[in-house]
Design a protein around this ligand. Sequence first.
Ligand SMILES: C[S@@+](CC[C@H](N)C(=O)[O-])C[C@H]1O[C@@H](n2cnc3c(N)ncnc32)[C@H](O)[C@@H]1O
Length: 353
Amino acid sequence: MAGHTSVGHTPRWHYVVTSAPESWEMALGDIQRADLSARIIESLAPGLFVVQSEFSPARLGDALWAQGVFVRHVFPILETVDCCSYDKAAIIQAATCLGRVLDPTKTVSVQTRVMPGVGMTPYDLNTPVAEALTDRGFAIDVKHPDQAVSILCGPSKAYVGASSVKDNLSDWAGGARRFAHDPQSVSRAEFKLLEAVELFSIALPKAGRALDLGAAPGGWTHILSDRGLQVVAVDPARLDDRVSEIGLVTHIRATVQVYLSRHVTGPEFDLIVNDMKMDAGLSARMLGECARLMKPDGASIMTLKLKAKHPHKQIKGAVQILSRHYRVVGLRQLFHNRREVTVYLRRRSLERS
Ligand SMILES: C[S@@+](CC[C@H](N)C(=O)[O-])C[C@H]1O[C@@H](n2cnc3c(N)ncnc32)[C@H](O)[C@@H]1O
């Protein structure tokens, strides 16, 4: 397989698609909503499959940015190499040759994933391919690349592609955004907020006030106060001592319903975040009620917790409620989301709410 194939006049592309293991059907649904002709041609592992589509990488990427939720990462297969367990040199050569489809004025990262049971590590391929691309004049940028050479090594085949990371939906191999462990962190939920800020390119306010709904044990509050925001943290549960002792943090030990019934001031918050463990529709309604507390140019980041059945219906219902007050700017199942999705919202102008 090299580049796309054509049957009649219809070009067909093959893509490696990655989602959370339990979300693969929804991820396929996302692609098929854009391109009705798309179909799975190989299932490699839960949440890892090869799809055939008539859409080019740029068109598929645009469609998934606009409407997709569950696809975490996608890359076009431009070459395959058989028996990859034995033939590192062939994979390195195939990946290096794909430099020809890349823009030499833009940065590139080599992103390798190796499936279990294959006798090599990503490092075995990343380093020689990156060195060969450097020799050809490419600037390597691992953290914020413009383009990626993507390699997935399966037990009998390596899939190799080259594309813009925007079309891939993520700067990271397979969309797996890992953060270094911070000994100061108070909950793993912190990674969700960090990932959302990065993926949706959110410019957090440098000062001002934030409201954190469902704040305990305090991971999100910790991040926001660390960035200089005064945080009102609402949760009936206890905050970690390291967070409750921060001077910028006020803990309201109550449910959001009680907080809203007592809190009657005008718009005062620049940012409202909501990670409440709550039905998605109810959580959206609560955030809707909070719109009156948000400044006109305010932003919000929330998670929607999903029940097993009909996730799209739950998302659609919540988005309808949110849309009365907010514009949905981003909606995605992040690498750090489990049975939930993350939504990035901006306040609609006040007269429309
Ligand atoms: C996933 S945890 C939040 C984790 C938090 N974002 C962090 O970074 O540490 C969900 C929280 O929602 C809170 N919660 C559930 N229902 C709530 C309600 N009605 N009002 C306020 N908080 C609520 C729970 O007490 C729980 O602490």
